[in-house]
Ligand binder design. Sequence first.
Ligand code: PNS
Length: 161
Amino acid sequence: MSRAVCPGSFDPVTRGHLDVIGRAAGLLHEVVVAVGHNSKKNALFAPDERVAMLADACAEWPGVTVSLFGGLLVDFCAEHQIDVIAKGLRSASDFDYELKMAQMNARLTGVDTVFLPTAPQWSYVSSSLVREVALLGGDVTPFLPPGIADRILERVRQRSQ
Ligand code: PNS
């Protein structure tokens, strides 16, 4: 049995994230999507909101649960009997960054990381670009699971009042 974690900020979850989570769920027995709650100070959505949005978006996969985490990812893995970290890779720059984290995590506790190449149609999509486009009035619907674009619009409206 392998239990994996798909960690991230997910501010907000994109269709690129869901591509990776869904494929990880097809390959591994159980997947815990872990929302890091300290990673961004000026986040668009609060950690609890991100967890709720992810839980909706992942409801179709029975082996997937969503959780909040703070502190080191390797400690979360140890506490939840997680033996592998699953991450998506969009580009060579992702690889450079992710490789160092994977090696550090392996050095800390021995937990290993597997990389899944992001599907090409989502390779340019990131939460930070989605936030920027939305804040400047662009349409982000194609990059997001149903319902999330409306929540972003609502949040952008609140911020501009
Ligand atoms: O979506 P992001 O912002 O790329 O997610 C980054 C995240 C939360 C997965 C990463 O920053 C992380 O693992 N943070 C936990 C703190 C930690 O373990 N840091 C040491 C990494 S080697």
